[in-house]
Design a protein. Sequence first.
Length: 257
Amino acid sequence: VSTQSTGCFNMEFWCGINAEYGGTTMSKSKKSDKLSEKDLTALVYDFMKKMNRPYSSKMVYENIKGKEIGLSEKNCKALLDKLVDEKKVVQKMNKKQAIYWLNQAEFTEMSTDELRELDEQLKELEKQNQDLEDECSRLIQENKALNQELTNEELQIEIKKVSQENAQLLSKLTAMRSSKKPITAETKQQALKSYQDSKENWRKRKRMCTSICDVFEENFGRKKFRKLMEEIGIETDEECKVSINEDKSSIFLNAKK
């Protein structure tokens, strides 16, 4: 069983582990702030075992932050060569550069039961990860909806604005009702036809957009497509709280003369 990672090696993690060499915790020399050779060798070995992937000596030096622990790049290579001599690490020359990786014999072979247990743990973690991703997506949508709502201050301004518009419309309606020249049936029919044409165009364009979105969703997957919609700025009627079937204007269009 191997473990791979591309993350930078964390020195703080290694400060509390037991070294493979001698089984003692890595300690600093009393005469110097630098780690002893035994501890440095153990640190390099543990790093190679933890990462279990090919590295050049320079990459190992940079990942374990050799400069911070008093290890030169040259000495880092020497430690790797020492581990090669001890058959704990394997070396292969790639043109003029030496590549090192852990000897896989260093890993204890796991039993079938242990592997099965790890598989079960992996499945459980994958399920937890999926649940968290779904919850995160739900919260993002909820947050987006909340951000679209007006604040209390904005609501007060909007209420004042709508109240003024309503007063103007009511005044206009009162004047129209008291007028001696009511709207003719022909004018009413023209307005009704214009309104119905607009609603029909809305339906056609909605069907076209829905059809295109279905194709994208089928190819990208629902989750990726939803993310793409957010990035592009596509909003559905439901998100905008409008309905194509809502028809408040019929109250006026169908009103008696």
